[in-house]
Design a protein around this ligand. Structure first.
Ligand code: MN3
Length: 232
């Protein structure tokens, strides 16, 4: 009788332990990956980026990166981690994850730092930090455009904050970004420009410089400043 009770108690305890472990593995704040709607119409940035390019870029290129990313990590150990945590261990992951995780994150950032109400100049703390780091807004733009122009082949130009909260400009190849542990200059990007030919070829053909110059007319400096304040 006594033995039976102990056995019952033991199996109840084992059951409770298994339940606890399986609950812990499915953490309630598990990150969810989403392919968010474009925050404006395809033709909203027409003065710099034509509607057909926007549609193909968002609905085909970005959507493919997103789908491939989700499929590549499905049921793996990193499924559910935040993008930041995935980028921090990029060097240990397959190249397919690197390209598609980067492709998804980079494009999401890109859409959200542009707006039909964009253009002009940054204000406040961000403007002060840009002036202090690069000398002036015009000098900053020159250096940023140079980073995009000298990126051979496909990649991105970035304005990021390093771990000391200091601004820096860099460029990365393919779909890499400054959050990845595989890049030389690491930080948190607050502004990014896609310099892949698919981002500009229909309107600008091979004139990457003209595309980069036109980009400033649609940069949403309020959105960039918000990112700056939240990272700083
Ligand atoms: Mn792209």
């Amino acid at each position: 009788m006594m033995k039976n009770t102990i056995l019952k108690a033991t199996s109840l305890l084992t059951f409770a332990l298994i339940l606890t472990i399986s609950c812990a593995q499915q953490s309630p704040d598990r990150a969810v990956y989403t392919f968010d709607p474009l925050p404006y119409a395809y033709n909203a940035l027409e003065r710099s980026i034509d509607a057909q390019t926007m549609e193909i870029h968002y609905d085909r290129h970005h959507r493919a990166y997103f789908n491939n990313f989700v499929n590549a990590i499905k049921d793996s150990e990193i499924d559910g981690l935040s993008m930041d945590d995935i980028f921090a261990q990029m060097s240990t992951l397959p190249v397919g994850v690197r390209n598609n995780a980067g492709g998804h994150y980079n494009h999401t950032l890109f859409w959200n730092i542009m707006s039909p109400k964009g253009g002009g100049q940054p204000q406040g703390n961000l403007a002060a930090a840009i002036n202090e780091t690069f000398g002036s807004f015009d000098e900053f733009k020159k250096k940023f455009e140079a980073a995009g122009a000298t990126r051979f082949g496909s990649g991105w130009a970035w304005l990021s904050l390093d771990s000391n909260g200091k601004l820096f400009i860099s460029s990365t190849s393919n779909q890499d970004n400054p959050l990845m542990d595989v890049v030389d200059e690491r930080g948190t990007p607050i502004l990014g420009l896609d310099v892949w030919e698919h981002a500009y070829y229909l309107k600008y053909q091979n004139k990457r410089g003209s595309y980069m110059a036109a980009f400033w007319d649609v940069v949403d400096w309020n959105a960039v400043a918000e990112r700056y304040e939240s990272v700083k």
